[in-house]
Design a binder for this molecule. Structure first.
Ligand code: F3S
Length: 401
């Protein structure tokens, strides 16, 4: 890969060992993908976590004196103070989380600890070149916003945030953004949950590719698109998709395929989505907890939880969690949603996600969630996956089905 004089100096360590390590990673990726050169990025999102692999790399850069050159937001880790007294988090795990958070601060990242930063803390515009990791973030910024990013890892996104560049390959090149699979949607898609199932199904069937979806019954909401993105990029590796008429980069199916033919055609029916939903259940009956907010809930979703819990109480012995970002929680507090959820016995918790070691106390428990991605990580023994209304009802009764 061609390097400018400054890029070569960074690679040679002339600007410090932290930036050198970041550049080494980007050059290795560029060489692996036959990138011709590096291109500037205007922002990055690192899918950080409170786990050791992430700790290793961010501390390596922080100790080497690296600082982010462009705005770089962070994914959930966890708020140690909130859990204090509620759970026993093993000291070693808590220490990893503390050090990760400290190291991201030292490199000058935006401490958003959110997996949907593209809605409030770090918002790309159409046509921007960025480096975003995290399952919903990559397809959302490519497809819904029309910015350009590859499916970055936490480490490569952080390295790009430090250097302000990324190797030019993959989805930074227009012809690689063309559709590969035609997805004919015949399912009725009534709500956000149906979009989670649609995403899970499409990711599973397509695997790796750029699906072009037709036949959607109406314009999807922001939350429906977030869910589709997160699930299709969990059951599969969908970094980009088209919903012509609703996503920005191509207004017609022909434009989405850039004149080529699809590799294959898939049809999605209500029956196929029901089957996917059934496959996700590992048990039924009594539950120990409900986990919502994977991806992080928006203010609108918090409002819906508050409405559904109005006048009700979460069953004794069941815990009820809603994960969101700190910025959303500020508005939820002001709007009264947090109070309403807490009054019913629930928790609104920021900066964390189900895939964090803070939930270790649930490893032998039965959980219920509206998110196939949350179920996929299986940090608990058994899981039921259902729409939000069912999760709330089960929390109140202590069981489902
Ligand atoms: Fe977000 Fe964690 Fe779920 S990063 S999408 S809450 S697994």
């Amino acid at each position: 890969m061609y390097l400018t004089k400054e890029e070569q100096q960074i690679l040679d360590g002339e600007l410090g060992v932290g930036t050198q390590r970041a550049m080494e990673l980007l050059v290795a990726i560029g060489d692996a993908y036959d990138a011709e050169k590096m291109i500037p990025v205007s922002r990055a999102h690192a899918a950080s976590s409170g786990q050791e692999g992430d700790l290793y790399f961010v501390e390596l850069l922080a100790e080497g004196g690296a600082k982010c050159r462009v705005p770089t937001s962070t994914n959930p880790v966890y708020d140690l103070t909130y859990f204090h007294g509620l759970f026993d988090i093993p000291k070693g795990e808590a220490e990893v989380a503390r050090r990760v958070m400290e190291a991201y601060k030292r490199v000058g990242a935006i401490l958003s600890w959110s997996c949907i930063p593209y809605l409030s803390e770090n918002i790309p515009l159409y046509g921007e070149t960025v480096a975003f990791s995290e399952s919903s973030a990559t397809p959302y910024v490519n497809s819904v916003i029309g910015a350009r990013t590859n499916r970055e890892a936490a480490q490569s996104a952080l390295a790009s945030g430090i250097i302000g560049k990324t190797p030019k390959y993959g989805l930074h090149i227009k012809e690689n953004r063309k559709g590969t699979f035609l997805v004919d949607v015949k399912a009725s898609l009534r709500d956000e949950f149906d979009y989670t199932l649609l995403g899970y199904f499409v990711g599973k069937v397509v695997g790796y590719g750029v699906p072009v979806l037709t036949g959607l019954p109406r314009r999807p909401s922001t939350e429906e698109l977030i869910n589709f993105c997160a699930m299709s990029n969990t059951s599969g590796a969908i970094s980009m998709f088209y919903m012509p008429g609703y996503t920005v980069e191509a207004s017609t199916v022909e434009e989405a395929f850039q004149g080529d033919l699809p590799k294959d055609k898939i049809t999605v029916t209500d029956g196929a989505l029901r089957e996917v939903n059934e496959e996700l259940q590992t048990t039924n009956g009594r539950i120990d907890f409900v986990m919502l907010g994977c991806p992080h809930y928006t203010l609108k979703q918090l409002g819906e939880v508050a409405r559904l819990l109005d006048g009700k109480k979460v069953q004794n012995g069941v815990s009820f969690w809603v994960c969101t970002s700190a910025t959303t929680k500020v508005l939820s507090d002001k709007t009264g949603h947090t109070d309403a959820i807490e009054k019913a016995g629930g928790h609104v918790v920021v900066d964390t996600c189900i895939d964090e070691p803070c939930w270790i106390a649930y490893k032998d428990k039965v959980g219920m969630t509206d998110s196939p991605k949350c179920a996929y990580y299986r940090r608990f023994k058994e899981v039921m996956v259902a729409r939000l209304q069912d999760c709330v009802e089960a929390a109140v009764k202590g069981r489902w089905r």
